[in-house]
Design a protein around this ligand. Sequence first.
Ligand code: SF4
Length: 307
Amino acid sequence: MLNEIYKEYGEYFYVPMTQGYSIAIPITVGCSWNKCLYCDLNQGNKYRFLGLEEIDRRLKILKDYYSNRHRTVKKVVMAGGNPLCLDTNILIEIIKLIRYYFPHVDNISGFARANDILRKSKDELLRLKALGVGELSIGIESGNNEVLAFHNKGVTREDNYLALTRLEQCNISYSTYIMLGLGGRKLSKKHAIDTAKFLSEFNPDVIIVVTLVLFKNAKLVEKVRKKEFIRLRPLESLKEEKLLIENLNLKNTIFNGTHKTNALILKGRLPQQKDILLDKIHRELEEYNNDDMKDKEVLKWKRWSVE
Ligand code: SF4
């Protein structure tokens, strides 16, 4: 029954890691930017808005589904690469529909790009917040402009800085995604240190750490083949993660490195558990040599490209 609701989202139906228990409401398909070199999350799907009528239809199905299971829906996530790119008035209409079908909702979340946030005035964001948009997930990826530009991220460190500042001003929580290995071998150190510096200027509720993988249809594959980008080996990623954590100076943030792309599953609260996280990396670094780690990676990611 729900397959029909999510039929456009394909194999990698991706919602923010912090929203694993939220009910996904199909809003947009694909990403309005869709140009990051490393990305194939949208599997060829062109960006489109599903439209209010279709969202209404699917909400009704979802409502029946959860009512039949006696589940009170309190948290929902707007599905799509960046549903926040929609005009604020449309988002407000969508939220009204969500609230009509699920009156007990107390948190609405979704992915957003920095420039989706920056296109909205503070007043618009406050209106969305008042209607329940309580948390957004932002793909910061790196605090280094050279890295962001190489991957054609379409936003700069400064854009990300302004976007997070605006969210803080509007009291909207956010989780930040960052990506290990995004600088390749050439920019690994700069990427780790500048990302740590960037994150330390804020107080994200959650930092989600993922590791670059080579999606077979990503534009990055060509750069890797031509050796214009040298990917990190898992052991190098771990060293990068260590450098990142060493340089993080946070007040109270969950460091969530449990994503399956990571060489090591790691989670803790910073700064309180910094030493524990570093110890764990240190032990892993001692235990494995490069080849072991590569074998582990190949087994794990055999359906994705490796050099
Ligand atoms: S913004 Fe996100 S979803 Fe869009 S292309 Fe870049 S990585 Fe992919």
